[in-house]
Design a protein. Structure first.
Length: 115
């Protein structure tokens, strides 16, 4: 099993920034992908960003140019730097970890962007 703990969410005004963190522990492996999804009230969960263990990234069109995902493999931690936040970015942000043993999800951290 892999445990994920997210942190860094909060309330911010439109145009502001937040940095989310997700730390993985337990049965982690060297080869893995870690990602961020988000779910707003009344909406389905949507992909935000993903990073491979090699550092390659991919982003949803809605966040490209505003969000940057990075990782520290020594700490099994990924980060999501979110700039130029918009009210429509308001959601619970969930971290995911994927390896050859399965897919794991964190509990999520709330991000609220006020207009």
């Amino acid at each position: 099993q892999v445990q994920l703990v997210e942190s860094g969410g909060g309330l911010v005004q439109a145009g502001g920034s937040l940095r989310l963190s997700c730390a993985a522990s337990g049965s982690t492996t060297r080869i893995n992908n870690m990602g961020w999804y988000r779910q707003a009230p009344g909406k389905s969960r949507e992909f935000v960003a993903i990073i491979t263990s090699g550092g390659s990234t991919n982003y949803a069109d809605s966040v490209k140019g505003r969000f940057t995902m990075s990782r520290d493999n020594a700490r099994n931690t990924v980060y999501l730097q979110m700039n130029s936040l918009k009210p429509e970015d308001t959601a619970i942000y969930l971290c995911t970890y994927n390896n050859n043993r399965g897919a794991y999800w964190g509990q999520g951290t709330q991000v609220t962007v006020s207009s």
